[in-house]
Design a binder for this molecule. Structure first.
Ligand SMILES: Cc1ncc(COP(=O)(O)O)c(C=O)c1O
Length: 401
């Protein structure tokens, strides 16, 4: 019998592969495994009562609208709320430049579809967010991978690349508490990045799901805010953020702010993707937040995550053998491990799974390969006791390697 499917998929899709690591991580669903693998918020931090009240209100107040088709750009009161909230960060954009998306993941998908042609250069941090690389891989970009250090993207490297004549369609940056490394772009580099963008006509896709989750100091100024400051309008930056880490990811409500020309195209594209974002979830998000819940609730999340980060860092210091290094993130949900030369994180994961603990090997976050000696650890999801126990199990597995 001829195979109906193998030659049928689009060329970009044919290159998609199921990953061995994903298969390994399926084992983490067993209840006795402590998983630092997923990028999950703490369920204890979901504002359940407030969401339940908002859901009821949404259905009582205007059920016909809450359950009806809506505008592609999003529910207007929510967009107005987001426009005001972003303005407090310095991202001053009119409501017409704000679009609600199904999570920021949809903002990434839209950016890829609008800006990537097969073979077109796309600049990413090395390592970068796996979900963005995955969203764009079938579009067959040519990756331009840029160095990253403890101060975030190496802007000198970016400038060298641009000075050599290469013109990426856009630069993708997770500007705060990056997924996967936990590092944050320094204030000096933020300013330089905007100067470079102005000089070379660079478009920056700023993905900022974690910016509010700082444990020390104050919130970093988004690149989008610096763009508005420099030009009097959003010119170079497409800004993405989300309620996933501030309320709950299952709502699937995120948003973008972007220059008018981009929003116009994104609206036409989104019509074809899903008509509009979930009307009910948008109202629930709006009704939950309109009376200032975020300013009361986000500090609670920060405290929970800060405590978990501290427990993880202390446990790593006690349990990890010499030669293993890790980042000390000042916020967000992830810590990044670098293993001594010769140790392979996927092999270590197999050993760790025998000890009933899991993490994500870092290689998957490198667009063009490499990073076999790195690993991502999530500290937001597990309780402090589980974090202690899990890192102790990892230590035992590492020492046996
Ligand atoms: C950097 C980054 N961007 C986007 C997303 C997707 O978030 P959302 O739930 O808003 O789609 C995530 C989720 O973990 C992320 O880490």
């Amino acid at each position: 019998m001829t195979d109906l499917w193998s030659a049928r998929f689009a060329s970009g899709v044919q290159q998609m592969r199921s990953s061995a690591v994903r298969d390994l991580l399926k084992l983490t669903e067993q209840p006795d495994v402590i998983s630092f693998g997923g990028g999950l918020p703490a369920p204890e931090s979901f504002p359940i009562e407030e969401l339940a009240a908002a859901a009821e209100l949404a259905l009582l107040e205007n059920p016909a609208a809450a359950l009806q088709y809506g505008l592609t750009e999003g529910y207007r009161p929510l967009r107005e709320f987001l426009s005001l909230r972003m303005a407090t960060l310095g991202i001053r954009v009119p409501v017409e430049q704000v679009m609600v998306t199904h999570g920021s993941q949809q903002g990434l998908d839209i950016a890829g579809r609008l800006l990537i042609d097969p073979g077109a250069p796309v600049a990413v941090e090395d390592p970068s967010y796996l979900g963005a690389l995955g969203a764009w891989r079938s579009l067959q970009p040519s990756w331009v991978t840029l160095r990253l250090d403890r101060d975030g993207l190496d802007v000198d490297h970016l400038e060298q690349v641009l000075a050599s004549g290469l013109r990426p369609r856009f630069l993708y940056v997770v500007s705060c508490f990056q997924n996967p490394t936990g590092v944050t772009l320094s204030p000096e580099r933020r300013v330089r990045l905007l100067e470079i963008a102005a000089r070379y006509g660079l478009v920056i896709l700023e993905d900022d799901p974690y910016g509010e989750l700082y444990f020390e100091g104050s919130r970093a100024t988004p690149l989008a805010a610096l763009d508005v400051q420099m030009h009097g309008e959003l010119r170079h930056v497409i800004y993405l953020s989300t309620f996933s880490k501030q309320l709950a990811p299952g709502l699937r409500v995120g948003w973008m702010a972007a220059p008018p020309a981009y929003i116009a195209r994104a609206t036409i594209l989104k019509q074809g993707l899903d008509l509009h974002s979930n009307s009910f979830a948008q109202r629930v998000a709006y009704l939950t937040c309109r009376d200032g819940l975020l300013d009361r609730h986000i500090p609670i999340i920060r405290e929970v995550y800060r405590a978990r980060r501290d427990v993880m860092l202390a446990a790593l210091a006690t349990e990890m053998p010499a030669g293993v290094n890790w980042t000390k993130p000042a916020g967000g949900m992830f810590c990044w491990l670098t293993l001594p030369d010769g140790l392979n994180a996927t092999e270590l994961l197999k050993r760790c799974l025998e000890q009933k603990v899991a993490f994500v090997p870092g290689a998957a976050f490198y667009a063009d390969g490499g990073g076999e000696h790195t690993a991502r650890l999530n500290f937001s999801f597990s309780s402090p006791d589980k974090i202690r126990a899990g890192v102790a199990r990892m230590g035992a597995a590492f020492r046996g390697a």
